[in-house]
Design a binder for this molecule. Structure first.
Ligand code: HEC
Ligand code: HEC
Ligand code: HEC
Ligand code: HEC
Ligand code: HEC
Ligand code: HEC
Length: 499
């Protein structure tokens, strides 16, 4: 048979059009996922931008979930391509590889090249923008405070009531710098695991051992050079007697500092040239048995309790910083006493109408409840049986319920008892952990003790009514409203509830 006359361009003779290695299921699925998530990102972003919606789930969808899918999709395209390319090379070794030749003098290549450049530019721009937004989102109060709602609820609620409600969580918990950002994300991943497998602690334990040193966080906004002078504070209390009588202490707290003038007063511990180190035998840092000072850059003293022999383990020695006193700058779960006293002071409850108010409300607030609804019901029942019906009673009960919801979190077991407040010395040992007669530096050196009640503060006035306007600048002796204290620590009797 005569051979077919060869045509001008016999199709079977030209090499078969090289199959693109992108044509495989993995890459194709990747393309669908990537394109889908890209549009989802744009769409969600538009919703957030145009509606001003601040829903936390929208944020996580836009800046965490969509980018994860986008990147997974792009990776799948690449992986599919790699696998398929190898397979083509193995099954048909003779198949010519598509060689990439770009000839910018060809209009088609020129057009493709421009499209490619434009696409790459857009992609990089979006990636930069996306990762910037993702970074910001994972640094937001919304992300830290509301995402795992139950777990962070106590911290978030108390935070909103504190002085730092406008300071982002990460400004204290992470601070600046890439290293700590990464560290916090790694620890965040661990927390996510604990959340998923329900292995997290209730309450979340403190002290936070890897909290960033306060020099890098607190001192970004409050720097010790700026601490000067004294602060006047007024502490209004109710007694647990029938008439809810009042008693007030006015103090001038010698906060002091190391800025202008000599380094003295309460912030003496934080002056640049001083260092206070300590060793506590318990995890909550309450039982301090050993203290070492560096004063003015030179040697200071070593104080120890008589029954603590030997040297503390080097890893257990902590250098005192802001959070050793300010343990609750942002999450102050208030105690029942303070809550009821403040409510009366602010005029939310007319104490005169409710005999024994302080005692009864403190008891209702400090009882153990398994959940908030249970607490609401039992608080209401208890107070209803104790006081005759009246509109004022219902308003009082509603106020007490609000106090509970804002300061007690039974699901996380978070409340004032779980977290020591080391400022002061009334309900927790606080300053008296070190300022006591037991930590001694040998016979020659007096103890850290400031047994003189006017050394950290001046008691300007105390009592009621007119007594409070007779100020004594040099300080008066404290008259304890509860009678003889028998040399006990204040916190041996006071614990925020009045038993
Ligand atoms: C002004 C600084 C500051 C801010 C702002 C802040 N925290 Fe804290 N946070 C602290 C300190 C200090 C502790 C206690 C550390 C310790 O005792 O070791 C703490 C403790 C915690 C704890 C441990 C449990 C507890 O209740 O003590 C969690 C959880 C926490 N913070 C979450 C958050 C979240 C979420 C936000 C934002 C809504 C936030 N924090 C904002 C300073 C801050
Ligand atoms: C991003 C800035 C910022 C950071 C970080 C920060 N604070 Fe503050 N702090 C503030 C602001 C703002 C106030 C409110 C001042 C006011 O209300 O007058 C405040 C108030 C306070 C107050 C109460 C002052 C008063 O007059 O009653 C204390 C105490 C305090 N901060 C301690 C801390 C401690 C401890 C840390 C670190 C754990 C910290 N702050 C971290 C900005 C910051
Ligand atoms: C020895 C305990 C102690 C240490 C350490 C300490 N503080 Fe204080 N600070 C106090 C006490 C007590 C007050 C009095 C106010 C009060 O009762 O809240 C106070 C008041 C403040 C105030 C409000 C008054 C003012 O002068 O503006 C700020 C802000 C503050 N501290 C920040 C800090 C920061 C930041 C650090 C760490 C660099 C720090 N403190 C370290 C005990 C301490
Ligand atoms: C970890 C131990 C420790 C804790 C906790 C502590 N201090 Fe001190 N404080 C010291 C030591 C040590 C000195 C130095 C004593 C000396 O040199 O005689 C000191 C000194 C002082 C001074 C005198 C500073 C001066 O002018 O010379 C004041 C005021 C003071 N502390 C207040 C407080 C207050 C208020 C608290 C609680 C909020 C507190 N301290 C908590 C260890 C501590
Ligand atoms: C080491 C420093 C220091 C010494 C010593 C000291 N205080 Fe205080 N005291 C404080 C600080 C700090 C506060 C403020 C606590 C706060 O802001 O909640 C305070 C608060 C008080 C209050 C008000 C508490 C309240 O809730 O009404 C009284 C009352 C008081 N001190 C009495 C005394 C008496 C009495 C002595 C002597 C036995 C004494 N203090 C010794 C640091 C000290
Ligand atoms: C032996 C136990 C005991 C000791 C120790 C003690 N108190 Fe009291 N305190 C009481 C009692 C009881 C009352 C009366 C409570 C009431 O009527 O609600 C009281 C009342 C008070 C009040 C007014 C009411 C209130 O609940 O705030 C203040 C302020 C106070 N004490 C401060 C202190 C200080 C500061 C110290 C340490 C220097 C101290 N107390 C040590 C038992 C004690």
């Amino acid at each position: 048979m005569p051979a077919n006359p060869p045509g001008p361009a016999a199709p079977q003779d030209s090499p078969p059009a090289p199959r693109s290695a992108f044509e495989n299921w993995i890459s194709l699925s990747g393309t669908v996922v990537a394109a889908g998530s890209f549009f989802a990102f744009v769409f969600l972003f538009a919703i957030e931008a145009f509606t001003g919606d601040r829903n936390q789930y929208l944020g996580i969808l836009t800046f965490v979930v969509a980018p994860i899918f986008l990147i997974t999709g792009l990776l799948a395209i690449l992986i599919g391509w790699l696998i398929h390319r190898r397979r083509i090379a193995r099954c048909a070794p003779d198949t010519p590889r598509a060689l990439l030749t770009i000839d910018l003098s060809r209009p088609r290549d020129r057009r493709n090249f421009i499209v490619f450049l434009g696409g790459a530019f857009l992609f990089l721009l979006l990636t930069a923008f996306g990762s910037y937004e993702t970074f910001h989102y994972t640094e937001s109060v919304q992300f830290c405070g509301t995402l795992c709602h139950t777990v962070m609820e106590p911290e978030h609620v108390a935070y909103q009531k504190g002085e730092h409600a406008r300071v982002a969580c990460v400004q204290c918990h992470v601070g600046g710098g890439a290293g700590y950002y990464l560290k916090s994300k790694i620890s965040g991943a661990r927390q996510l695991y604990a959340l998923a497998f329900n292995t997290y602690n209730r309450p979340i334990p403190t002290p936070i051992h890897n909290l960033r040193p306060a020099q890098d966080t607190c001192e970004q906004c409050h720097w010790p050079e700026r601490f000067t002078g004294s602060l006047e504070r007024r502490y209004d209390h109710l007694l647990s007697d029938k008439t809810n009588s009042t008693t007030t202490v006015r103090l001038l707290l010698k906060v002091g500092g190391g800025g202008r003038g000599p380094e003295n007063g309460i912030h003496w511990h934080m002056a640049k040239a001083n260092k206070v180190e300590y060793y506590a035998t318990d995890d909550k840092r309450q039982d301090i048995v050993w203290v070492r000072t560096t004063v003015g850059g030179g040697a200071g003293h070593v104080y120890r309790k008589a029954d603590f022999k030997g040297e503390p383990p080097a890893a257990g020695i902590r250098t005192m910083d802001c959070v050793d006193c300010h343990t609750r700058p942002a999450h102050n779960y208030r105690n029942p006493n303070d809550l009821i006293e403040q409510s009366v002071r602010d005029g939310h409850i007319a104490a005169a109408q409710f005999p024994l108010l302080k005692r009864r409300v403190a008891a209702a607030l400090s009882a153990e409840y398994a959940s908030v609804p249970e607490a609401m019901e039992k608080i209401s029942t208890a107070l209803q049986t104790q006081y005759p019906a009246s509109p004022a009673r219902e308003a009082m009960i509603a106020e007490v319920q609000t106090l509970y919801r804002e300061n007690f979190f039974p699901l996380m077991k978070a409340n004032w008892k779980a977290y020591p407040n080391n400022i002061g010395h009334k309900n927790w040992p606080g300053c008296f952990r070190c300022h006591n007669d037991e930590l001694l530096a040998g016979a020659a050196k007096p103890p850290i003790t400031q047994n003189d009640c006017n050394s950290c503060h001046v008691i300007l006035a105390q009592g009621q009514g007119a007594q409070l306007s007779q100020l004594a600048p040099e300080g008066v002796e404290f008259v304890h409203p509860g009678g003889e204290t028998s040399g006990l620590l204040c916190s041996d009797c006071h614990n925020g509830t009045n038993q």
